[in-house]
Design a protein around this ligand. Structure first.
Ligand code: ZN
Length: 332
């Protein structure tokens, strides 16, 4: 049993309370490798932002759970070395698919876990969520649960269609599970292909596809039912067109990739939404920088040569999100 507090991590409780009352959201960035982790920590330190380092089941399989856990421990020390004496870093499991996965993360030193039972029947979702919460709270680990289904693909999490969260269910769900935060479905979507072209409209000025707007009426109804309760948005990458263009101009073939406009995320961050998950934008920034670098330097073969600009590009993107979209800068 690893005590996350001993390795300098924090849970989400205090940071969510401040975020909800302060009208901003905490960034939750996924990481799978060292460069992503470095970029996230550099961005958080430079902007004085709390940050949630997220690990998905796929990331644990890709990188090895033990190694990821020690990287997060290293992240705390790294932040201090970069000049942040009291970093606010959460190590969070993204989309835990069973009680066992959540327990294994809690035992390894995670300070927060998500149990995602959103694909299960309602009562079954409550039963397992409750089981995870009971175990996690023994160790002061916070738990995010999910109600409503997001469309899109993220590692093993995939759904063809989305089902908005039903506001009439949230009080019962939050009370009976005892969860610390609730991930809801209001039209965000996992992955870089969030919407089919037929779901979008065409921007007459740019000719680009515009996604359907988020269901702010559903968000407002949920906030009325659970005033001040921390709400989480998954699938909130914006899929920047310049990154998509860079990828496609340098040998890539991404088609009609559309994300959530940043103005809508900014609006959500000002409400009870206090955690916004961003993964695909980092993948796009990294891939665009690597493709561009290798196209310009066909003789390069040292991974440091192309991972360095990739890391820089991700860091720039994380800073932009923290300062211009989530508003979590200067909150340490
Ligand atoms: Zn997600």
């Amino acid at each position: 049993m690893v005590d996350y507090k001993k390795i300098g991590l924090v849970n989400t409780r205090e940071m969510f309370k401040k975020a909800v009352s302060g009208g901003y959201a905490i960034p939750a960035f996924n990481f799978n490798n060292m460069e992503q982790m470095q970029a996230i920590i550099m961005a958080a330190v430079e902007t004085k932002s709390p940050v949630i380092l997220q690990v998905s089941k796929g990331a644990r399989e890709y990188a090895n759970p033990t190694l990821l856990r020690y990287m997060a421990e290293g992240a705390v020390e790294y932040a201090k070395e970069l000049g942040c004496p009291n970093p606010q870093i959460v190590l969070h499991l993204d989309h835990g698919d069973s009680f066992e996965t959540c327990k294994s993360c809690i035992d390894m030193g995670f300070s927060s876990v998500m149990y995602d039972g959103s694909a299960l029947p309602y009562e079954e979702n409550i039963r397992i969520s409750r089981q995870v919460v009971e175990y996690a709270h023994k160790y002061d680990v916070t738990v995010e649960c999910e109600l409503g289904v997001l469309a899109g693909v993220e590692d093993e999490v995939a759904s063809e269609v989305s089902h908005y969260t039903k506001p009439e269910e949230v009080i019962d769900f939050a009370t009976r599970t005892g969860c610390d935060s609730l991930a809801i479905s209001i039209g965000t979507s996992h992955g870089a292909y969030k919407f089919k072209p037929e779901q979008c409209t065409v921007d007459p000025k740019t000719g680009r596809l515009l996604p359907p707007p988020l269901a702010f009426d559903v968000l407002e109804a949920i906030e009325k039912k659970l005033p001040g309760f921390p709400i989480v948005l998954h699938g909130s990458s914006s899929v920047p067109q310049d990154e998509v263009d860079t990828i496609n101009a340098n040998g890539g073939a991404l088609k009609a990739a559309v994300g959530i406009p940043e103005e809508q995320l900014r609006k959500a961050a000002k409400s009870a939404v206090c955690k916004i998950n961003i993964d695909s934008d980092s993948r796009l920034a990294m891939t665009a920088a690597i493709r561009k670098h290798l196209a310009e330097h066909p003789d390069h073969f040292d991974p440091r040569q192309y991972l360095k600009p990739a890391r820089e590009s991700m860091k720039k993107m994380y800073i932009h999100k923290i300062v211009n979209v989530l508003g979590s800068n200067d909150k340490l």
